[in-house]
Design a protein around this ligand. Sequence first.
Ligand SMILES: C[S@@+](CC[C@H](N)C(=O)[O-])C[C@H]1O[C@@H](n2cnc3c(N)ncnc32)[C@H](O)[C@@H]1O
Length: 216
Amino acid sequence: MRLRKKPWIAEALTGFSDIVLPNPGETLQGKWLDLFGNRLPLQVELGTGKGRFITGMAERQAQANFVGIEAQQDVLYYAAQKVQAKELANVRLLVFDVNNILTIFAPGEIDRLYINFCDPWPKNRHAKRRLTHIGFLEKYRTVLKPGGQLWFKTDNRPLFEFSLEQFAAFGLKVEQVTYDLHRSGFDGNVMTEYETKFSLLGQPICRCEVTFTPTK
Ligand SMILES: C[S@@+](CC[C@H](N)C(=O)[O-])C[C@H]1O[C@@H](n2cnc3c(N)ncnc32)[C@H](O)[C@@H]1O
């Protein structure tokens, strides 16, 4: 998702200082629940975009904490607006690169990760940049609790097939696989901005749930 650079956004984001965190470095590692002031499960969306999904999930699940990570502040601004408008106390947002996820979460700190419509990086030489590449799965395994999950959605069939191969190669348990989510009978789906756009174009949505079993 590329938006035209808006110079006013950096300043506008300072108005959301209770929602959008500055890069926490290592300061929050192992302490995310202290930030929320509770012991509820921690769920993290990678590549949050404009925030429709994370705000929808946080509304439905008051008994969970949500962190949205997004590389582009110009996009995250719109997510911050949604969090504020819905007065969601259980969401925090971060302008941050998922590549560095190990620096901000402690091992075993996260209960569930969400990846929705991540950039497909179609060229083979860019495969390592896909957020479901095995190099990322190594990192997710560290920050997830044993038995923690990754819920994944995409409209991109080749990316979905690639991801299923990566999950299998990594020895992960994959369940609830569907190649047409909206006709699958799955209950409780929360649509993302991209999901809405692609569905309107008639694209079926692929989805699966992946469980990270403890390593022996
Ligand atoms: C195609 S958009 C999908 C946005 C949203 N998840 C949705 O479904 O509407 C992918 C998003 O992931 C973000 N992104 C891509 N690579 C990232 C990374 N390494 N770290 C954080 N965000 C990333 C992009 O900036 C973009 O906003």
